[in-house]
Design a protein around this ligand. Structure first.
Ligand code: PMV
Length: 310
């Protein structure tokens, strides 16, 4: 039987998470791990969901309600009514469903692509991205759109929110190994984003200064990537972690992973994505350093994902 098929990439944010929600630039790097989706028509009365993705324990349960909302937003954006044309959504792939790796966006992109395929809508990547953005609203409330854009297009992206968003690929001079360390804790991105915005309103002077520095760091990071300047790239990522700490989205488990990575010789380590748990990223140029850092994190009981960016 023919099925509709789709996919979405995972991502990591190198610099600018949270600040991007208020209009700053951020840089995302797609990773090769993907979420895949198939759509099969059924004789049921509504959609069915079979979620075979690997997960950080508790992730799917924690996100179940947000996922339902997200699916309704995707169906509405695509003008598909599962009560009239019922189908089964099956999710799988090698991207682990965890906070900070763009799992919700990869899932929205994969579902939108598979539905477009099954219902022969011939949607362009831009149209898929617009649908995936709607889907992300179910999870985030006010997403910047960086996650869904990275999930749809992959690669290294220079991103600024907007309607439509502004983004372009970054031509990195060299590839760099990274390790993503998983705290195993599910961060609530929606609450974390709202928290930063609320604290900014209470103390606009201090926060405006932090946001301004974050924008300067994003610009410097882009130039460092284009020049293959790992030292400056690392310095920018480390300073970005300090800014994220200042706006209150780090977590003791993230700090422990950051410390392990730095002690093992990683030139940079920071949280990635929403924070409050979720994932952190360590810059580990060279396969040997990558292995060393990953092993040290694993020895402390953390799961790791190794990838290459650029
Ligand atoms: O936690 P993640 O991987 O979904 O990343 C969220 C990134 C934020 O900047 C915190 C929110 C956003 O919408 O950009």
């Amino acid at each position: 039987m023919r099925v509709g098929k789709g996919y979405g990439y995972g991502k990591t944010i190198l610099v600018g998470e949270h600040f991007v929600v208020s209009g700053n630039h951020a840089i995302a790097a797609g990773i090769s791990a993907k979420t895949t989706c198939t759509i099969e028509r059924t004789k049921g009365t509504d959609y069915e969901l079979v979620d075979n993705r690997l997960e950080t324990p508790g992730y799917k349960k924690e996100k179940a309600e947000q996922m339902k909302e997200s699916l309704q937003l995707i169906f509405a954006a695509m003008k598909i009514d599962p009560k009239k044309t019922p189908f089964r959504i099956t999710l799988a792939g090698d991207l682990v469903a965890a906070s900070g790796v763009g799992a919700s966006a990869a899932n929205c992109a994969a579902i939108a692509r598979a539905l477009s395929d099954e219902f022969k809508l011939k949607m362009s990547d831009e149209q898929i991205n617009a649908v995936a953005y709607q889907g992300e609203m179910g999870y985030h409330g006010t997403p910047s759109g960086i996650d869904n854009t990275a999930a749809v297009f992959g690669g290294l992206l220079w991103y600024q929110k907007g309607t439509p968003p502004k983004f372009e690929p970054i031509q990195a001079k060299t590839k760099v190994e990274i390790v993503l360390g998983d705290t195993g804790l599910v961060g609530n991105t929606k609450e974390l984003v709202a928290g930063v915005q609320a604290r900014r309103q209470k103390d606009p002077q201090a926060y405006d200064k932090i946001f301004k520095e974050a924008e300067e760091l994003a610009i410097k990071t882009k130039k460092a990537l284009e020049a293959g300047d790992i030292k400056t790239l690392a310095a920018c990522m480390n300073r970005n972690q300090e800014l994220l700490r200042m706006v209150g989205v780090s977590h003791s488990a993230l700090e422990e992973l950051v410390q392990i990575a730095r002690e093992e010789g990683a030139p940079a380590a920071k949280l990635t994505g929403g924070g409050g748990g979720g994932l952190m990223i360590a810059l580990t140029p060279g396969k040997n350093l990558q292995q060393k850092v990953a092993k040290a994190m694993q020895a402390k009981g953390y799961r790791t994902f190794e990838a290459v960016i650029g």
